[in-house]
Ligand binder design. Structure first.
Ligand SMILES: [Zn+2]
Ligand SMILES: [Zn+2]
Length: 148
């Protein structure tokens, strides 16, 4: 399910019926302006810069609400950093995450293959895919041939 990426998360989450407290709004602002793929610890750190009173429970609770509303995706990025999970806004289209197992660099790839896969799934199984997550374990160009 795709959403208008120009809409703020606070607006989108409010529309889903959730109460937007002042502290939740801070967390939502962090995610609105985040680079892709923040883990919960990093979300908490950034939120505390804006409001030192924000605690871990507020961050986790807000992430859970967003996940249930389908507004963010939770990624494990192949558990390269242990059990951490990462969060990103759900964008206009599903993309592929390519993760370098040597240095941890993550690239995003937008490709029509994801949309094609959704069609193939519908045609062959009758299932209607809500979202597709593809995470590729790889080695980036720098790690294939390290600089001399
Ligand atoms: Zn991503
Ligand atoms: Zn690498």
């Amino acid at each position: 399910m795709n959403r208008d990426p120009a809409q703020s998360l606070a607006t989108a989450l409010g529309a889903s019926g959730a109460r937007i407290t002042r502290q939740r709004r801070v967390v939502l602002d962090v995610l609105d302006h985040a680079p892709a793929h923040l883990n919960a610890r990093e979300v908490l750190r950034r939120a505390r810069e804006a409001d030192p009173g924000i605690d871990r429970a507020t961050v986790y609770r807000t992430l859970l609400l967003l996940k249930r509303a389908g507004l963010i995706d939770e990624l494990d990025l192949l558990h390269m950093e242990g059990e951490q999970h990462y969060y990103e806004r759900r964008g206009e289209s599903d993309h592929v995450h390519i993760c370098c197992v040597a240095c941890g660099r993550v690239e995003e790839l937008d490709t029509h293959l994801v949309a094609d896969l959704i069609v193939t799934i519908r045609q062959t199984t009758g299932f209607e895919a809500d979202s597709v997550r593809i995470e590729v374990k790889a080695r980036c160009p720098d790690c294939i041939s390290p600089p001399a």
